[in-house]
Structure formats: C-alpha cells, structure tokens
Design a protein around this ligand. Structure first.
Ligand SMILES: [Zn+2]
Length: 240
C-alpha cells in the first residue's frame, strides 16, 4: 500500500517528489525495453528481447555461420559494396530466429545433394539500419518503410543466393544482389535459360521449407509466420 501514517500519498512535498521520480523511473525503464523513434515504431531492444526468449525460445536469434555447416557469408552491409556506399554494420554476421535458421539448415542440406550451397547477403538487420536505408533511398518498392520496419528487423527475412560448392562461384541469376531494376522481380521473364533455371531452383528450394520470395527481389525471402516476431533494434555486438 502507498498509505502510511495517515498521510495521503503524493500530497506533501516529499510525496510529490517521490511520485515525480517514479514517473521518471518508469519512463526510463520503458524506454530501455523499446526505443521509440521519429517514425513512431517501437523497436524491441536487448532487455525486451531477452525477456521474449525466456517465454518463447523460438525467438532466439541464431548465428547462421555457426549453426549451418558450410554456409557462406557475404554480408554486403558490413562493407562499402552496397547501395548506400557506406559500411552499415561493424561486424559481418548473419542471424535469424530459431525456426528460420532450422528451415535454412534443411535447405542447405537439400542443395548439398546437388553440389550446391547457400551464400547469405543479409539476415537479421537491426532496425536502425532500415531507417538508414530509407533515408538514403526513399522508394519503398526496394527498401522497407521505417514506419512498419522490415521483416529483416524481425529476424525472419534472408537475402541469399546459390553457389556451386566445388568452385564457390555464385550461380548465374537475372541480376546482381540489390539491383533496383525490374529484371530483379521474380515475375519478370528471363531470356537467359541458365539464369531462369537458377532463379527457379532457388525459389523452389526456399518455398519447400516455408519461405516466400519477395515480389521485387529474387534474393529476398520472408519466413512464413514473420508476424509473430517483433521488430528488433539490437546490434550484432550485443548478440555476441
Ligand atoms: Zn532483403
């Protein structure tokens, strides 16, 4: 109870001060669990994420390089070789929520039987990177809206391609990664039979294990069920 010694709490000088401090404390605590930004989206930060994995272990972000044998990483946003021309991440890492990582492990195993494997361009992406992309390139056909966040921010989207395991070479695809051309749309007809076949092979391999290709990027796949996972704003350094 608030009440003591017959005084109504909050009516004397110290009570008012105490209530004021409690309000400040509450504001600071809720701020550390979700950071609200100028786009009005509350992204979950480390404390909120840790609480979420305690109640639902599927929410854990898994390091794909450690979890999937033979997977290759080419994390473009950890280099200047990306559409922003800037290094966005300090570390080259690929993370995804547990069921996403498990599905991808099955895909890697399926591809291996054909001498093929996965190369990841991007996995879980901290929300602040999505804001940066939007501020560089405003077209939401190709970059996610910061008002809603990206499925990458939920740890439920992957950008990837297929490589030949013996040479390490990427299979020929209709465009390069992060092309803002209509040729990158999975619905665009491809004249080159090899690129057509490879794009179909990738999409089929991913769909078999619960992913759906993005309508304007042949390399981007959303995990079905992504709505059950919050937008996160946690740097890779914090996950190490
Ligand atoms: Zn993507």
């Amino acid at each position: 109870m608030w009440r003591c010694a017959g005084r109504v709490p909050g009516t004397d000088k110290y009570g008012i001060m105490r209530n004021f401090l409690l309000i400040i404390l509450f504001a600071v605590t809720s701020q550390s669990l979700t950071a609200q930004n100028k786009y009005g989206l509350k992204a979950t930060t480390m404390e909120g994420y840790q609480a979420s994995i305690k109640s639902n272990p599927n929410k854990e972000l898994i390091n794909l390089e450690k979890f999937i044998p033979g997977i290759v990483l080419d994390i473009r946003y950890a280099t200047t070789n990306n559409f922003t021309g800037e290094k966005i991440y300090n570390l080259a890492r690929a993370y995804a929520r547990k069921p996403v990582a498990e599905a991808l492990r099955k895909i890697q195993a399926d591809l291996k039987t054909q001498g093929l494997g996965i190369k990841i361009f991007d996995g879980y992406r901290p929300y602040k990177a999505t804001v940066k992309f939007y501020e560089v390139y405003h077209d939401t056909t190709y970059v996610a809206s910061p008002y809603r966040g990206s499925r990458h921010n939920r740890g439920c989207a992957l950008d990837l391609t297929v490589i030949n395991l013996s040479t390490g070479e990427e299979l020929k695809m209709p465009t390069g990664y992060d092309s803002f051309q209509k040729a990158a749309w999975p619905s665009t007809p491809v004249a080159d039979p090899e690129a057509r076949k490879n794009r179909a092979l990738l999409i089929k391999a991913m769909e078999k294990h619960g992913f759906k290709v993005n309508s304007s990027e042949w390399w981007h796949f959303d995990f079905i069920g992504w709505k059950n996972y919050e937008v996160l704003d946690i740097d890779y350094e914090e996950l190490e």
